[in-house]
Design a protein around this ligand. Structure first.
Ligand code: ADE
Length: 323
């Protein structure tokens, strides 16, 4: 890739970029929130969350001060809740150090919880126009094709190599436009089903030249995720459903969920448990099975609805839980 390839990419970006709310600000706090939400979540999903989050928490100080329960409520549905907790931890650290904004300081940003090299690069380049590359999955996909990268793109060696290549290519361009144009190309053109004829980098792309685009990026085979079987109880009394709060540590810490059991239960086993626990119900209905996929595990859930005769006020499953 050379300077004129970058010029073509920037022109393409000017013409084709999506109108996204975080592209109307240079406020590093807002850019940070958007980039954190965009990790592992699609742009379309993020937009309404981003707007609601910043309406409620327009400044770093607001984020540091909000009770955790309210913060998690704002995040509800986005998943990966440690992202929200880390945002707040980092905001508290900055406020304790008397910062009321995110400083343009690479060393300081790198120390904050939840902020890795991608987020540092995104904040510095997009908000502060500092020449620091930001390499996410989108950018790696583009680079792996342009250079026909034969190594695992998730290795730190490959990341380092491309950080230096991008650092060189960034010189002379606006770091903001440079970073966003690579991300946008990866999101709109250089995708799983790439639109190579309309790509501004097609004349410097080795994979396009050799018609090997679909063989890139190369990734090491991922380990299969462990699968957990569970049974979920929707206890209904009139028009209310019972929920309980998970424990303070570990996966989905402190969040609310429907009571559940750590195995698949047959209808007969459900009846037995309800009898043992002296729960008075009108009827039990099997609603079906659902799968929920996390980054590192999968839950297969069997769901029963139990229409109650009388409300339950104790968390009767809690003693049974091993985690
Ligand atoms: N994905 C990650 N960062 C993004 C950004 N700034 N704009 C659009 N998609 C993104």
């Amino acid at each position: 890739m050379k300077e004129n390839d970058i010029q073509r990419l920037l022109l393409w970006y000017e013409k084709n970029k999506r109108d996204l709310p975080w592209r109307h600000t240079k406020d590093a706090y807002k850019i940070w929130v958007s980039e954190t939400m965009l990790q592992q979540t699609r742009v379309d999903t993020v937009v309404p969350y981003y707007e609601r989050f910043l309406k409620k928490l327009p400044t770093l100080k607001d984020l540091a001060m909000i009770p955790e329960e309210e913060l998690l409520k704002l995040w509800e549905g986005l998943g990966y809740y440690s992202r929200a907790r880390n945002l707040q931890k980092a905001a508290k650290i900055l406020c304790a150090e008397k910062f009321d904004f995110l400083p343009p300081d690479k060393f300081l940003l790198e120390q904050l919880p939840g902020i890795g090299p991608y987020t540092v690069g995104a904040i510095l380049s997009i908000a502060y126009e500092i020449e620091e590359p930001a390499i996410d999955g989108n950018v790696l996909r583009v680079l792996s094709r342009v250079y026909e990268e034969s190594e695992d793109i998730l290795s730190s060696k490959v990341r380092k190599k491309y950080t230096e290549i991008l650092r060189g290519l960034m010189k002379g361009a606006s770091p903001n436009l440079f970073t966003q144009s690579f991300i946008e190309l990866g999101a709109l053109v250089c995708t799983k089903t790439p639109d190579c004829p309309n790509c501004p980098l097609n004349n410097c792309c080795k994979a396009y030249k050799h018609q090997t685009v679909l063989s890139y990026p190369k990734k090491k085979l991922k380990k299969e995720k462990p699968v957990f079987l569970k049974t979920v109880f929707l206890f209904q009394y009139k028009n209310t459903f019972m929920i309980h709060k998970r424990q303070e540590n570990g996966l989905l810490a402190n969040l609310y969920e429907f009571p559940n059991w750590e195995s698949f239960l047959t209808l007969e086993e459900v009846y037995n448990i309800l009898a043992q626990k002296k729960i008075f119900y009108k009827n039990v209905t099997f609603l079906g099975e659902v799968t929920h996929v996390f980054s590192h595990q999968k839950w297969h859930l069997k769901v029963y609805k139990i229409l109650l005769e009388e409300p339950i006020f104790h968390d009767f499953l809690l003693q049974e839980r091993k985690f």
